[in-house]
Design a protein around this ligand. Structure first.
Ligand code: HEM
Length: 135
């Protein structure tokens, strides 16, 4: 029991810190004033999105390791999990695209991209609450 809870807690620590980074990076980029060179923040955020996918799968893996199967979850929890996965997928995709084509973006476009990133992070965090309580 202790080993199981410890495994969950340690993976969840990384998952929670990743969630904070994903939203924090977008808010830092959008902080009032000139947007500037936000490639560092974009790298950080793209890494954090990937960390979310990895640690999210890690939470499932811990369940599987200790019970030999994935937990039964309600339809609403499945929808919420799907939204978390979709947010991570589009977050990484937009981040990679942004970094690869950074030089071609006008300031308005960059701002729009960061707003989308902030919205994706907010959607994932909202879905996480439903996943937790409707599992
Ligand atoms: C592939 C993507 C993801 C997967 C597979 C995934 C999976 C999971 C799982 C299995 C849980 C545990 C739910 C429970 O305790 O019953 C969880 C919780 C959580 N997830 Fe994710 N997640 C993903 C992406 C994200 C993203 C992108 C964010 C935020 C930016 C996020 C934020 C959270 C938070 C904050 C919790 C804790 C909820 C709570 O206990 O109150 N997740 N996630």
């Amino acid at each position: 029991m202790i080993a199981e809870n410890l495994a969950y807690a340690l993976v969840q620590v990384l998952h929670n810190l990743g969630a904070a980074l994903v939203l924090g990076a977008a808010l830092a980029a959008l902080w009032p004033g000139h947007l500037g060179d936000t490639r560092g923040l974009a790298r950080l955020q793209t890494g954090a999105w990937a960390l979310q996918a990895l640690t999210g799968a890690g939470l499932g893996a811990v369940s599987f390791y200790f019970y030999g199967r994935f937990p039964e979850i309600t339809v609403l929890a499945r929808i919420a999990l799907g939204m978390e996965i979709a947010a991570a997928f589009f977050g990484v995709g937009l981040g990679v695209f942004y970094l690869r084509t950074f030089a071609t973006w006008a300031e308005a476009g960059r701002r729009r991209a960061w707003r989308i990133q902030a919205a994706l992070a907010a959607i994932a965090l909202t879905a996480a609450a439903f996943l937790r309580w409707f599992s």
